[in-house]
Write a protein that binds this ligand. Structure first.
Ligand code: PEP
Length: 251
């Protein structure tokens, strides 16, 4: 049984005092649920959020990490630093990292290894651009991102990963994938894990959908057979909207 995961990626939004306001309000609104809830604020809010979330059952994650353990990497943050702030999860290979910052698949793979080495659970984001979808290349892109991202990882580490299918054309655009597009891609990713690793790993791995998820479309996406949760950007910035998305798990 895969516990649903509802994750909010705040991107470059909210100062640490705005983070405090959000968490105070969200805690007063969030329904009882067996779903796992994950907040992913910017680096500067992690420590404050980590202190506020302690004992609440809500997990903390970071938006990125550097693959090296320490050293002369001005501006970068290591996996160990994230754990120190209370993070349990970290996004790896988010489409904005790939397409705005030019991250390539091999760097994504090194980041996955760095996260797993300190016990952080990576949320590996994969997805095609609009032109790749129009060219019928969606599965080819997913395969390349999974092959090169997961190369070198031990099979038992992969069961601990969360995968997020996030079509680039749906992120921050207001255009959500249809139920069948989201289900087909999630089922394809699960099939890839079953074929490359094992049926039990494929059955265990959680696969999220991300891309313009909102309170009014979340419950339909969460009902899909191979979608185990959602990765929410813009709509996770409002405590009441994000609480409604959590309520959409119906649990
Ligand atoms: C995201 O940042 O991962 C995301 C899916 O953003 P949005 O929900 O705003 O499309």
């Amino acid at each position: 049984m895969r516990a649903p995961l509802i994750a909010g990626n705040w991107k470059m939004h909210k100062t640490s005092s705005e983070t405090e306001e959000f968490i105070t309000r969200f805690l007063s609104l969030v329904p009882q649920t067996t779903a796992e809830i994950l907040l992913i604020p910017p680096y500067t809010s992690l420590d404050r959020a980590g202190r506020m979330l302690r004992g609440t059952g809500i997990a903390l994650g970071a938006q990125d990490l550097h693959p090296e353990v320490r050293g002369a990497f001005t501006g970068a943050v290591s996996a160990e630093m994230l754990v120190d702030c209370g993070c349990r999860y970290v996004l790896v290979g988010h489409s904005e990292r790939r397409h705005v910052f030019g991250e390539q698949d091999d760097l994504v793979g090194r980041k996955l290894c760095a996260a797993l080495a300190v016990g952080l659970r990576p949320v590996l984001c994969v997805g095609e651009t609009l032109s790749e979808r129009r060219d019928g290349a969606t599965e080819r892109v997913l395969e390349r991102q999974l092959d090169s991202g997961l190369r070198g990882l031990m099979p038992n580490a992969i069961a601990d990963l969360v995968m997020a299918y996030e079509p680039v054309w749906a992120i921050g655009t207001g255009e959500t994938a249809t139920a069948s597009q989201a289900q087909d891609a999630a089922a394809w990713i699960r099939g890839w894990v079953c074929d490359r690793l094992s049926r039990s790993t494929g059955d265990a791995v959680r696969i999220l959908y991300g891309g313009s998820v909102k309170p009014d479309n979340a419950s339909g996406l969460l009902a899909l057979a191979d979608v185990d949760g959602v990765l929410v950007g813009g709509a996770s910035l409002d405590p009441s909207g994000f609480a409604q998305i959590v309520a959409g798990t119906g649990i």
